[in-house]
Design a protein around this ligand. Structure first.
Ligand SMILES: Cc1cc2nc3c(=O)[nH]c(=O)nc-3n(C[C@H](O)[C@H](O)[C@H](O)COP(=O)(O)OP(=O)(O)OC[C@H]3O[C@@H](n4cnc5c(N)ncnc54)[C@H](O)[C@@H]3O)c2cc1C
Length: 398
């Protein structure tokens, strides 16, 4: 449970969100412009990255209290406040990102140290390699495999000349930041069956790791990419959770990661919705009674969605194995973000998406949020299953 003053954290980060807004269109036009934002120093991405204590000598301080942004609640508040400026930069910035959460859950001490030491270096991106072109994000069906090759040349990837080599072979697609990442995690199958999927910590400078960015219509700062894994050498110490039982590591362990990430994606949607509502009010001073009523209804629903997302984040901190509320929060927040971002441009006239490119960007970013961490259809299925099993009955759903 967090002891951080969340209102103070929001207030502290509001100027950062405003600074992101100033850079948003330039980065949308060219994701390379993210470097200009990083050079400007206005985004304390290392302090917001969720490093464990000990890896940063200057953690974020809010009213004098150090905040490490490690809990789901803290991450959600940070994500929402910054998404008011640019949701895509929140996910596209350097740092531990999604892999950090899976490392926190599965890594042993040596692996955790290896990961965070490296990522603590400035401008170090990480990647989270799950989705595949033919299998999507259905982790149980993935094709990327851990392959044992019979004896080969000793290239340092395995002990002893001529001993078998273990490699990763496969193809991942729609992976954030992968073409500029230094390290990250890869989901791969090492044997058939539900316990046969493992998570591996991989440096991107290994031979056979071949990544390239894709062209995107939204969330461009994330630079989604694809990576071909052409017999990338694996070492025994790359297997995350090697100290855990088979039921805790791999896929089943990773579910906890997804449950912790969903409230954060939902928070991005809340931040985008707030941005759209604030934008239209800044651009138009008077509304008809009917328009005013619609905007006020959106305000009320946003208030409820924010409360649900925070409730889901608290639930994920308390029991990351239960994804019911995170699924509800993501579905509700995305419903609202989609509705509001489509309702707002007509209030500014027929050519609003041309004349207000920031609004156009919000409309294009929301489908990216929909796909991140699973679509609403899949979230509703999770919510329904949880409900039938008696979970989340206390929650006020919006
Ligand atoms: C901005 C962005 C960032 C991303 N970052 C990463 C990343 O860093 N790493 C990574 O590995 N992946 C990443 N992804 C990929 C993303 O995780 C997947 O695209 C997402 O989880 C959806 O999975 P899918 O593509 O397999 O679609 P599917 O799950 O196959 O869904 C396709 C369609 O079928 C529907 N559907 C699916 N199952 C059912 C069902 N049982 N019943 C009814 N309808 C169903 C869905 O609602 C959807 O409409 C990213 C995607 C985006 C857009």
């Amino acid at each position: 449970m967090t002891t951080v003053d969340l209102v103070a954290l929001r207030d502290h980060l509001r100027p950062v969100g405003a600074a992101l807004r100033e850079h948003a269109l330039a980065i949308d036009a060219d994701p390379g412009a993210l470097h200009t934002l990083l050079d400007s120093g206005v985004l304390p991405y290392r302090q917001l990255g969720g490093f464990p204590p000990g890896y940063l000598d200057d953690p974020l301080r809010v009213r004098g209290v150090p905040v490490h942004v490690r809990t789901c609640v803290e991450r959600a508040v940070v994500a929402e406040t910054l998404a008011w400026g640019d949701a895509s930069v929140v996910v596209g910035a350097p740092g531990p990102s999604m892999s950090g959460i899976v490392v926190d859950d599965l890594a042993d001490d040596e692996q955790r140290d290896r990961f965070y030491r490296r990522v603590a270096e400035p401008r170090t991106w990480t990647f989270f390699g799950l989705t595949e072109p033919d299998r999507g994000s259905d982790a149980a069906a993935l094709e990327t495999a851990v392959v044992e090759l019979p004896g080969g040349p000793d290239d340092g990837s395995a002990p002893g000349h001529g001993s078998p080599r273990t490699v990763l072979r496969g193809h991942k697609k729609y992976v954030g930041n992968v073409a500029r990442a230094s390290l990250g995690v890869v989901f791969a199958r090492h044997r058939p069956g539900p316990l046969g999927v493992g998570v591996y910590l991989v440096d991107t400078d290994r031979p056979g790791f071949d990544a390239a960015p894709l062209v995107l219509t939204g969330m461009r700062s994330i630079q989604l990419g694809e990576v071909r894994l052409r017999d990338v050498p694996l070492r025994p110490e790359d297997t995350l959770g090697r100290h855990l039982s088979p039921s805790r590591r791999g896929l089943l362990g990773a579910v906890r990661t997804f449950n912790r990430l969903r409230p954060v994606v939902a928070s991005l949607a809340v931040g985008v919705t707030q941005a759209a509502l604030d934008y239209v009010r800044a651009e138009r001073s008077s509304f008809t009674a009917d328009e005013r009523w619609r905007l006020e209804t959106f305000d009320d629903r946003l208030h409820a969605a924010r409360a649900l997302v925070l409730q889901a984040a608290r639930a994920a901190d308390d029991d990351p194995a239960d994804g019911t509320l995170p699924a509800a929060a993501k579905a509700a927040a995305l419903d609202l973000a989609e509705e509001v971002t489509h309702a707002v441009p007509p209030l500014l006239g027929p050519g609003a998406r041309w004349e207000h490119p920031y609004l156009d960007k919000l409309v294009r970013d929301v489908p990216g949020l929909e796909m991140m961490e699973g679509t609403r259809t899949v979230q509703r299925l999770t919510l329904a299953q949880g409900w039938l099993q008696g979970r989340a009955r206390h929650a006020e759903l919006v």
